[in-house]
Design a binder for this molecule. Structure first.
Ligand code: DQA
Length: 143
């Protein structure tokens, strides 16, 4: 199965960005560990990171146009206010899974709202790298 993973704003700073919240794993290490796990379970992943809202939308449409089997999306702060990304997820047929490294329910009130969640098939959060791996497992199970 072919999965597109999309990481939004500031996720490239993992490792040095607020390590007390997001952990010490660098973005490159996160990418490598996701790729290794995907290979273990027999999935192909393509991983993108962008700081731009429109680029996230273009990637969602690309995944749909090229018939990817699923999308794993960490939209970063766009999660909390991007109706444009909500609309884009609603506009495609590729199952989209919301992931977050941190547990949004235990953070500031603005982070406890995810405007994209109603458009997503499932949400995994609060487990760092494992949130992504659980999303891959979820997609695999639905194969
Ligand atoms: C995040 C949580 C968001 O609130 C934040 O803006 C991020 C990362 C997470 O993975 O925990 O950039 O999506």
């Amino acid at each position: 199965m072919n999965i597109m993973i999309i990481n939004g704003p500031s996720l490239s700073r993992l490792g040095t960005r607020e390590p007390e919240i997001y952990g010490n794993l660098s973005y490159q290490d996160l990418v490598e560990k996701i790729k290794n796990y995907a290979a273990e379970i027999g999935s192909n992943v393509e991983i993108y990171q962008t700081n731009h809202e429109g680029e996230i939308i273009d990637l969602l449409f690309k995944a749909d146009d090229y018939a990817y089997d699923g999308i794993v999306l960490n939209a970063g702060a766009y999660t909390h206010y991007s109706y444009a990304i909500f609309d884009a997820i609603k506009a495609i047929h590729t199952p989209t899974i919301e992931v977050h490294l941190s547990d949004l329910n235990k953070r500031e009130p603005f982070r406890q709202v995810s405007v994209i969640r109603p458009a997503c098939k499932a949400t995994f959060m609060g487990k760092g790298l494992t949130s992504y791996l659980e999303a891959l497992d979820y997609l695999k199970q639905g194969e």
